[in-house]
Design a protein around this ligand. Structure first.
Ligand code: FUC
Length: 829
């Protein structure tokens, strides 16, 4: 095995990418170099931890390759005769601003709570269904915007076919030979210019001829059929335009209008529009620019002018050359991507097309495939969540289905949170801004739901929302009794602070945390045992217990037979999330100097939350009662929250409790949905078992990952598992949740050597480190905010700063403590 650092880098015969200047980039990205890159794939002259490649076009949407600029997304199929590029704009959803708040439910809440405490769970369920569910009971769905079809003549039979996605540039390309001519198309999304760019080149002048269609998408099913519409028109002699409106859904009028346009700039040849076709003949190269917009301003305002927005995007690029647009996009993308690099060993298999790598890793090592997954998660974050955009939804921003699984919305009993697990550690802190704004926006209806559904102060948000930021319980009582969706999101605010030490951010977001805590201070009820405070009603996400007299019954809200109810009091996940959130709130109040009586009350309440309970069989209880799940291998690891991503276990640690967490993982097994497997990887990493995490990764990549590297949830593409894998791989290589930084805490045997650069730890430290034969060689710590850095280190280490010996304290348990200065770099070796 060799380290990728010794392997040839992405571009044949070129110095490492990091040292490239922007000026050089234009040369590198000349047509000739692109074609060299294609040859480089055969010659193994690329970095297999940043390039995925394929020798056949995508057969289905989820195997096409994604690009995105946070707002616009495209999936590129890479076909020869008829190319398809599926397009999204992140604000194109069904419906319009609406509310699901139902007034007066709080009057029934005491009765529901009484029934739960009397263990009459089905009766409580029915009452919750009638009075506390939001209306409509379901939510809106994310929509597909358009498809660009390119029809090439005489390109059906090809040789030397390749397509690839290069994570170092954010460009996806396809190259093939047809009738003696080599064609290449490169597609990227530009954030600075807010366009998607499709560049067509060939190695013989005058040989690019095609017909283009920009097609709308319409919902062919469901009650919203025929309330969405679009029209397709030519736009001058060099463009196509698509205009339309969103669908009504569930009685909510479709209020979004959109415009999408393609503009072609050929070099040489002829161009015309004919009906809805854009026809280009015998050009040397062609650049197609795609821009799109809706009238969406925010969750309660849809008064923008999509036409004006698209006009403005095209006006901005009017006098820019392709090269300058490319350079700006690259500089912007690389500003994010180049902050971190992960190198894991490469093997012969690492240079194979991705589908073969996925098969081969099952029996022989290819650690750099895990590095590719790690990088792909960072790539998707940069492509789907940028300051000012919407947060990444269940499918990020990529969706070709008008009725996508779970509506491609925001599920907050794990999925949205998992999307953002890697954002801070992978040095993409700015990409968390959409999530922070999302939390703020949720407090709007969240405050009304707290008052009207629960008679409580503060704000509450449950297990799902959409573009319109509805916050009431949805789906049915079995799912909708998850009251800690907002509380869980608030822990991300604290994590952002932990990784940045940005006191201004903490001050700004403190009211959001406080509002969530306020809700629970009203909502928590004394348990009949007289010891505990519990959420009531409560649920452990989507898991039916075998206790509490659960039996199959016909549910009024969902009009279907169910295994029973999930309603309970004080589920373990509720208790653990609140234990963390209250703790973070108390810490934040101390930093911000809030000494109010409320903070004291929160301290008292925190100690009364049900602590993690060990059941009769020695495993961690999912409920405050010693019940087991009806489904033995249930995919959610809700009660494991306190091990990862939470911290409860570390405050309450005993050997028996650690064992109880471990037992749950053993019971549930290694298989399941993509996101569930990513969670298992992170959980095993926290338990220090890198080989187990690596084994689960191999199953994940084979059984629950698409060829695009999007994760799957069963058969549905979903990006949570992709992001979760990035977070879990980090957790195998660095942990900082326990008051100090631990490097290589769960290193698999296969990953014996490697280098991780630019990865972040709590306390606002950035780390670069290298290991060989599973031994750390050198650690470089950049202190971004000053303050004490605690690091687990060998007894004989030296610390230097600017080449001079630096002082440090040695604590028990092999931890050293360095007093760092902001902006300074410390070397530990
Ligand atoms: C949760 C999960 C499902 C799916 C859905 C979007 O409800 O239990 O598996 O991921 O979210």
């Amino acid at each position: 095995m060799i380290l990728t650092s010794d392997a040839p880098t992405t571009y044949m015969k070129l110095p490492p990418l990091l040292s490239f200047s922007i000026a050089l980039l234009s040369v590198i990205y000349s047509n000739a170099q692109y074609l060299d890159f294609s040859a480089g794939l055969n010659a193994k002259a690329f970095n297999p931890s940043t390039v995925s490649w394929y020798n056949a076009p995508a057969k289905k949407w989820e195997d096409a390759l994604p690009v995105g600029n946070g707002r616009l997304g495209a999936m590129v199929f890479g076909r020869s005769g008829e190319e398809r590029i599926q397009l999204n704009e992140e604000t194109y959803w069904s419906g319009g601003p609406y509310s699901t708040v139902v007034k007066g439910g709080y009057k029934v809440l005491p009765e529901i709570q009484k029934l739960v405490f009397e263990e009459k769970y089905l009766a409580a369920h029915n009452l919750f269904g009638r009075h506390l569910m939001g209306y409509p009971v379901e939510q809106q769905k994310y929509q597909s915007l358009a498809n660009l079809h390119l029809f090439f003549q005489n390109q059906d039979s090809t040789t030397e076919y390749k397509r690839w996605l290069n994570l170092e540039s954010g460009i996806t390309s396809v190259s093939y030979k047809s009738n003696g001519i080599t064609y290449q198309r490169d597609v990227f999304a530009s954030a600075p210019d807010q366009v998607i760019v499709i560049r067509l080149t060939a190695d013989k002048s005058g040989s690019i001829s095609f017909k283009a269609n920009l097609r709308g998408v319409r919902n062919q099913a469901h009650s919203n059929y025929a309330t969405d519409y679009f029209r397709m028109d030519p736009y001058g002699s060099d463009g196509l335009i698509l205009t339309g409106k969103s669908a009504d859904y569930m009685g909510v009028a479709g209020k979004l209008k959109y415009e999408a346009r393609i503009k072609a700039i050929p070099e040489g040849g002829r161009m015309k529009t004919d009906g809805v076709d854009l026809i280009i003949e015998n050009a040397n190269t062609v650049t197609l620019y795609f821009a799109a917009a809706t009238n969406f301003v925010n969750y309660k305002d849809v008064r923008a002018n999509p036409h004006q927005r698209v006009e403005d995007y095209f006006a901005r690029i009017k006098s820019k050359s392709y090269t300058s647009i490319l350079e700006a996009a690259l500089a912007d993308y690389k500003h994010f991507f180049d902050r971190v690099s992960l190198q894991l060993p490469t093997t012969e298999n690492s240079f194979l097309p991705l589908p073969e790598r996925i098969q081969k890793i099952q029996s022989s090592p290819d650690p750099s495939l895990s590095a590719l997954s790690y990088n792909f998660g960072r790539y998707l974050m940069i492509a789907s969540s940028r300051p000012g955009t919407e947060p990444a939804n269940l499918q990020g921003i990529w969706n070709d289905n008008m009725n996508p699984d779970w509506d491609s919305k925001y599920t907050t009993n794990i999925n949205t949170q998992m999307n953002y697990w890697p954002v801070e550690s992978s040095n993409l802190s700015e990409c968390a801004e959409p999530l922070v704004r999302f939390i703020k926006e949720l407090t709007d209806q969240g405050t009304q739901v707290a008052r009207e559904h629960y008679g409580a102060k503060g704000w509450v948000f449950h297990q799902n929302t959409d573009l319109w930021r509805v916050a009431a319980p949805m789906d049915g009582p079995t799912w909708g009794t998850f009251t800690v969706g907002g509380a869980w999101l608030c822990t991300h605010l604290w994590e952002h602070y932990q990784y940045t030490m940005d006191a201004a951010f903490l001050k700004e977001t403190y009211p959001l945390m406080k509002g969530s805590v306020q809700f629970f201070m009203d909502f928590l009820k004394p348990h009949p045992n007289g010891k505990w405070l519990v959420t009531n009603p409560s649920t452990s996400p989507e898991n039916f217990p075998d206790g509490g007299g659960n039996k199959p019954y016909f549910d009024e809200v969902t009009a279907g037979f169910r295994e029973g109810t999930t309603i309970c009091a004080g589920s373990s996940i509720d208790m653990q999330i609140l234990f963390d959130l209250f703790g973070y709130f108390i810490e934040a109040s101390a930093i911000l100097g809030d000494n109010s009586a409320f903070v004291q009350q929160v301290k008292v309440a925190r100690e009364k939350l049900v602590p993690p309970q060990i059941g009769r069989d020695g495993s961690l209880q999912e409920w405050s009662d010693d019940w087991k799940s009806l489904e033995k291998n249930h995919r959610h690891f809700s009660h494991m929250y306190g091990l990862y991503p939470g911290k409860v276990l570390y405050e309450k640690r005993t050997p028996a409790l650690t064992e109880a967490y471990k037992k749950v993982l053993e019971e549930r097994g290694d298989a399941s949905t993509g996101w569930s497997r990513a969670w298992k990887m992170a959980l095993w990493a926290r338990l220090g078992d890198g080989n187990r995490a690596n084994k689960i990764y191999k199953g994940f990549i084979k059984e629950q990952s698409c060829l695009s590297l999007f994760a799957l949830c069963g058969r549905a593409p979903q990006v949570d598992g992709t992001f979760g894998a990035t977070a879990a791989i980090t957790e195998m290589l660095l942990q900082s949740h326990d008051g100090f930084i631990k490097l290589l805490p769960a290193l698999p045997d296969d990953w014996s050597s490697g280098a991780f650069k630019g990865v972040c730890a709590r306390g606002a430290f950035e780390l670069d480190y290298v290991w060989e034969n599973k031994q750390l060689k050198q650690v470089k710590i950049t202190s971004k905010a000053g303050g004490i850095c605690r690091l687990e280190a060998l007894p004989n280490v030296k610390v230097t700063q600017n080449g001079n010996t630096a002082a440090f304290n040695r604590l028990p348990n092999g931890i050293i403590e360095i007093k760092t200065l902001k902006g300074e770099v410390y070397v530990v070796e």
